[in-house]
Design a protein around this ligand. Structure first.
Ligand code: SAM
Length: 237
């Protein structure tokens, strides 16, 4: 059932998968729903909804030009692996760092990537506001993705310091994206980002507004950012 739903929705989006990729998506869905019984991973559990709102929504941010071959990617606040796992299934040449402040979710993702034999996966446990001050991660990524983690002005402060100059921060946003863009103008300017493209997204069978924002990093982020945990949220740029 999930297999058919996913095939239908991706066909409508003009995305085609190999048989192996389709099986990987199916196994991921099984593991997600199985593990969700004992760990809080997702409120979405109907196969059709998982296909559309998790898998297809994650792939809606995919644009070949933004993902160079073998790109170093970071999925910030990955949770149960969205959009990181679908992107890695779709593009197994990517090096995907799954980043979250909750260790148990990362353990689940380790199990998923092992079972799916996705070799380009790395797991990073910690807070976005802290790891960005570690040289190993600061301005080291070609692509940073993030879905459902924070409002854009806060998220820019957390995400842009990880992006190398010339790289891109891809934010998957919901209905309030236009307002969030207006609110984030100052944060973008301070952190060295420019909004390069806004791609409105309509997922098959859904009517709600959403969009993918492509933010180019064109200058280094000042070293004082991100500020200590809670400061960005209390007093956004
Ligand atoms: C609502 S979930 C979204 C998960 C996933 N991206 C999705 O779209 O389904 C937000 C995730 O971000 C993580 N998170 C929130 N604040 C964070 C921070 N400051 N640093 C790292 N991870 C954070 C949470 O632990 C949680 O897993």
């Amino acid at each position: 059932m999930f297999r058919n739903e996913l095939t239908a929705v991706l066909t409508a989006m003009h995305i085609s998968l190999s048989e192996q990729q389709l099986s990987q998506f199916c196994r991921f869905e099984e593991l997600l729903l199985e593990t969700n019984k004992v760990m809080n991973l997702t409120a979405i559990t109907e196969p059709k909804e998982v296909a559309v709102k998790h898998m297809a929504d994650s792939l809606s941010c995919y644009e070949e030009a933004y993902f160079p071959k073998g790109a170093a990617c970071l999925d910030l606040g990955t949770g149960a692996g969205f959009p990181g796992i679908p992107l890695l299934i779709y593009r197994p040449d990517l090096h995907m760092t799954f980043f979250d402040s909750l260790q148990k979710r990362l353990r689940f993702l380790e199990q998923v990537t092992t079972e799916l034999t996705l070799t380009g996966a790395v797991f990073l446990h910690g807070r976005a506001e802290e790891k960005a001050h570690d040289k190993t991660y600061r301005e080291q990524f070609d692509v940073v993705t993030s879905r459902a983690v924070a409002r854009l002005n806060i998220l820019c402060e957390w995400a842009l310091p990880y992006v190398r100059t010339g790289g891109v921060f891809i934010a998957l946003k919901g209905a309030q994206y236009e307002e969030e863009i207006k609110e984030a103008g100052h944060a973008l300017a301070v952190l060295g980002g420019t909004l390069e493209a806004v791609r409105p997204v309509t997922l098959p069978g859904l009517t709600d507004k959403r969009a993918v924002l492509y933010i180019r990093k064109n200058a280094k982020s000042p070293l004082k950012y991100p500020r200590k945990p809670t400061l960005a949220a209390k007093n956004p740029l």
